[in-house]
Design a protein around this ligand. Structure first.
Ligand SMILES: Nc1ncnc2c1ncn2[C@@H]1O[C@H](COP(=O)(O)OP(=O)(O)O)[C@@H](O)[C@H]1O
Ligand SMILES: [Mg+2]
Length: 252
């Protein structure tokens, strides 16, 4: 059963059609990236998938269950890490357990494993203001992974970082994902990020957002820095780029 199944999804806000007839299925343990120009409805699509907003028409199912209200069994990572300033790294990660009414203690070992995986060892007791932007975002990723949710939604998680940090975070996330293999839907407007991370790339057109094409990414994992000069990486990045350009031109 597909963890995420979307059929004929439309969403309008008053007189703005944000999404038009979007259908997609994400398989178990697949890393799917959605790319498209700003304002094409990527965030709207994620919000519809986790039930934060209702569709105008069409359906969303997560693990076979129709989504009609916000789902809780999902990890979320946004552009801003939204950490609690007075909490340490460890306690920020454990927060999701407490939110569920569970004791954070039960998840300490898991949290420490994630901290190590994310390269945050030694920073367990630091507060967010003592961490760089990239480290804060890694804390947010650990927090999303803590309870092992079957699905993680990431909305431009590296969008606020500088270019160098952003690239490094892409490699870090790929490394983490190779261990956790959680089903992920990742939104970005970075083409190289999408090719680096994904099993599949979904390209959306400018408003109203529609799916114009999907690309399978068969590049071997783990994907290191050498991938950036791999001919298949370069070719696929160029194909995705021209697809996005065509989709934008078609709108103009
Ligand atoms: N709550 C809302 N009310 C009105 N319009 C909205 C709302 N949310 C999004 N939109 C509009 O829907 C379109 C898609 O927005 P969004 O999903 O945020 O795009 P993206 O994430 O791809 O940049 C935009 O035109 C945006 O202005
Ligand atoms: Mg957005």
């Amino acid at each position: 059963m597909a963890p995420v199944f979307v059929r004929g999804l439309c969403k309008s806000f008053k007189n703005v059609v944000a999404l038009q007839d979007v259908s997609l299925a994400v398989s178990e343990r697949q890393f799917v990236t959605i790319v498209g120009p700003s304002g094409c409805g990527k965030s709207t699509l994620l919000r519809l998938i986790c039930g934060l907003i209702p569709p105008t028409s069409g359906e969303v199912r997560v693990r076979g269950v129709p989504v009609t209200a916000p789902i809780t069994d999902v990890g979320m990572v946004f552009q801003s890490p939204v950490l609690m300033p007075w909490r340490t790294t460890l306690d920020n990660i454990l927060f999701v357990a407490e939110m569920r009414g569970e004791s954070g203690n039960k998840y300490r070992t898991r949290a420490r494993e994630l901290i190590e995986l994310a390269g945050l060892s030694g920073f367990e007791a630091r507060r967010p203001h003592e961490l760089s932007g990239g480290m804060q975002q890694r804390v947010a990723i650990c927090r999303a992974l803590l309870l092992n949710p079957p699905l993680i939604l990431m909305d431009e998680p590296f969008g606020a970082l500088d270019v160098i940090t952003r690239e490094r975070m892409g490699f870090e996330l790929e490394k983490i994902w190779n261990v956790t293999k959680t089903t992920v839907i990742f939104v970005t407007h970075s083409i190289s990020e999408s090719v680096l991370l994904s099993d599949r790339i979904i390209v959306m057109s400018a408003r109203p957002g529609r799916i114009v094409r999907t690309f399978d990414v068969a590049l071997p994992r783990p994907r290191g820095r050498e991938l950036l000069s791999h001919p298949d990486f370069v070719r696929l990045s160029a194909e995705v780029r021209s697809c996005i350009e065509d989709a934008s031109l078609a709108q103009a």
